[in-house]
Design a protein around this ligand. Structure first.
Ligand SMILES: NC(=O)c1ccc[n+]([C@@H]2O[C@H](COP(=O)([O-])OP(=O)(O)OC[C@H]3O[C@@H](n4cnc5c(N)ncnc54)[C@H](O)[C@@H]3O)[C@@H](O)[C@H]2O)c1
Length: 547
């Protein structure tokens, strides 16, 4: 393992040495003493990822009615070579996550440098100083095959390890809030026994104060608001834990406008999260068959959806892009299935829709490769020697999060078919799923193993300059609805590409005028759920014949 950590922008930070730990704990003790004298509660957020980094800032920014900060927050991140850089960056007031929400950098800078209510650390000893510990470490679901979520398992080593460390260090009066999305049953049947055991070893007889309150954060334009100004669900393992978690959330979130839902038991809060995400995965998966129907019958699915949406009862119908992606939707239903068997011990199989939805979503992007192949074939260009540009690497618009994005599957399948791929994404500097494809996101569990001929993809680099990316490409795949792509001018695209290209619209990005213009320029256009393009093509051809 290297003894340094490199940030996505290339800054190199030495990892802490054993001598640094004592010094760091002393630094924290001093700050905590002075913060306590100001009457502030000490909150430790464990895991400075997409959720923890911004949750830490939201808590550090919380103020009482007189406008004074009520909490001092220590963000704790383990000092691995992959993640350590987040600590020095955050301590300079720079967010360790990128997003379109301008409030993220402003808030972190304000809390770290002006209000001085937020610091980041690598030492687990910091837990000794906390009144409240918020757990935001990952809990994964590892799939063994592509398109079969049943063939997989929950991977909660990081969470279990974190809980052990928490149990070894915290004061028995500290409240632990698990925000991580977990297999329903985890708080009571995994976390509670781990912490209780650690307490016993330390001679502590009291019950741990433990609660679950899942995150609904959406890292995007409303990143901060999606944590602070949004409804929360919570539940504690006992009455005192419930009272404490309710008090804490009331102090840090906008619960006046977005009231809390307090449930009787943590398994209900855990189940709520899984049901919520399985519901969304299902309504997206359901559209996949209608998307194919649309393509084969001259129907524009985007218009159908807009027509249906006007009914208030159907307003959440959504156009599915090339797969669903993101960290949560592809895995959360899997956590539920797994819990039923492995935490609760049932043998029968009650789940039908949830796994089917995930399987459909996990493989939807493969169809994009077929559309690209067909569009190129119509232009007389074989896919095996084509240069293809994918616009967007993230799983959704205007964020820099590539986890399980549909674009990854598109790149992998087209590479397998022999094409040369390039990628543009204004929000993503490194696509680690390729650059570090043998170790990321989890070693031996990347999507690489489901495709052949993937070795060269470790050299895939994201191009930030769109003009350069377009140069002499044979096909352009609009994969993500980043704002940069919504109004691209077909004439400019074709000029930059050096001639007519195949255009694949995966997300209802192109309006009919643009589709028409691409055809007029000699391009071929196809799109997920966009069966009407054939009609536009015929119209353009007819009008050319009449000239
Ligand atoms: N990303 C989202 O949009 C989102 C939305 C809602 C809920 N969630 C849930 O929130 C949880 C966290 O997600 P995330 O996206 O922030 O994950 P992430 O992988 O970005 O962050 C997890 C962080 O925890 C750190 N970590 C792991 N073990 C640790 C330890 N022992 N001590 C200190 N730090 C440790 C990791 O290094 C990493 O920085 C997951 O359960 C996820 O399902 C995520």
């Amino acid at each position: 393992m290297p003894d340094y950590s490199i940030s996505p922008t290339g800054e190199k930070f030495e990892l802490p040495t054993p001598e640094d730990y004592d010094k760091e704990f002393k630094r924290l003790q001093e700050i905590v003493n002075s913060q306590r004298s100001l009457g502030r509660e000490i909150v430790l957020v464990m895991g400075l990822g997409f959720v923890g980094a911004v949750m830490a800032a939201v808590v550090a920014d919380a103020k009482n009615k007189s406008g004074n900060p009520t909490k001092f927050v220590i963000g704790m991140q383990r000092p691995s070579s992959r993640s350590y850089w987040k600590i020095p960056l955050l301590n300079q007031g720079i967010p360790p996550v990128s997003s379109e929400d301008p409030e993220v950098p402003l808030m972190i800078q304000r809390c770290v440098n002006e209000n001085k209510t937020l610091t980041a650390t690598f030492t687990y000893d910091a837990l000794k100083l906390a009144d409240v510990v918020v757990v935001d470490v990952q809990c994964d679901y590892l799939k063994e095959s592509l398109g079969n979520v049943r063939d997989g398992r929950t991977e909660m080593e990081a969470l279990e390890e974190s809980l052990e460390i928490i149990g070894q260090n915290i004061s028995p009066q500290s409240l632990i809030i698990i925000e991580t999305t977990v297999a329903p049953g985890t708080t009571e049947q995994v976390a509670y026994p781990i912490i209780k055991k650690m307490f016993k070893k330390r001679g502590i007889e009291s019950d741990p104060l433990l609660a679950h309150s899942f995150e609904r954060v959406m890292p995007g334009r409303n990143y901060v608001s999606s944590i602070r100004d949004f409804w929360r669900v919570c539940s504690g393992v006992n009455q005192e834990s419930t009272q404490r978690v309710v008090k804490f959330l009331n102090e840090v979130l906008n619960t006046e406008k977005y009231p809390l839902t307090v449930l009787d038991r943590p398994i209900e809060s855990e189940t709520a999260k899984i049901v919520e995400n399985s519901f969304r995965a299902t309504i997206l998966a359901f559209m996949d068959e209608w998307s194919l129907f649309a393509e084969r019958n001259g129907v524009d699915l985007t218009k159908v959806i807009n027509a249906v949406k006007v009914r208030p009862t159907h307003s959440n119908i959504i156009f599915p892009g090339p797969g669903i992606g993101g960290y949560c939707l592809p895995k959360d239903g899997g956590l539920g299935l797994w819990a039923y068997r492995h935490i609760h011990g049932f043998e029968d199989d009650i789940f039908k829709i949830t796994p089917l939805a995930i399987d459909i979503n996990d493989t939807r992007a493969l169809h994009v490769a077929q559309l690209t192949r067909d569009a190129l074939r119509n232009m007389g260009r074989p896919i095996a020697s084509a240069e293809i540009l994918v616009l967007g690497a993230s799983y959704r618009e205007d964020v820099g999060d590539t986890r399980y994005s549909g674009s990854e599957l598109i790149v992998r399948r087209l590479t397998e078919m022999g094409a040369e791929l390039r990628v543009h994404d204004p929000y993503v500097l490194h696509w680690w799923e390729f650059e570090k494809q043998d170790e990321y996101p989890v070693s031996s569990h990347g999507l690489k193993r489901f495709f052949r001929g993937q070795e060269k993809l470790k050299d895939l680099r994201i191009e930030q300059n769109l003009e350069k990316a377009l140069h002499e490409t044979d096909a352009v795949i609009f994969a993500v609805r980043h704002k940069h792509y919504l109004s691209l001018d077909p004439d400019e695209v074709v000029i930059n590409a050096g001639g007519p290209i195949a255009v694949i619209d995966c997300f209802g990005i192109l309006d009919d005028d643009r589709i028409k213009r691409y055809f007029e320029l000699g391009c071929e256009v196809k799109g997920l759920g966009r069966g009407h393009v054939k009609r536009i093509k015929d119209q353009v051809r007819e009008s050319k014949e009449h000239k």
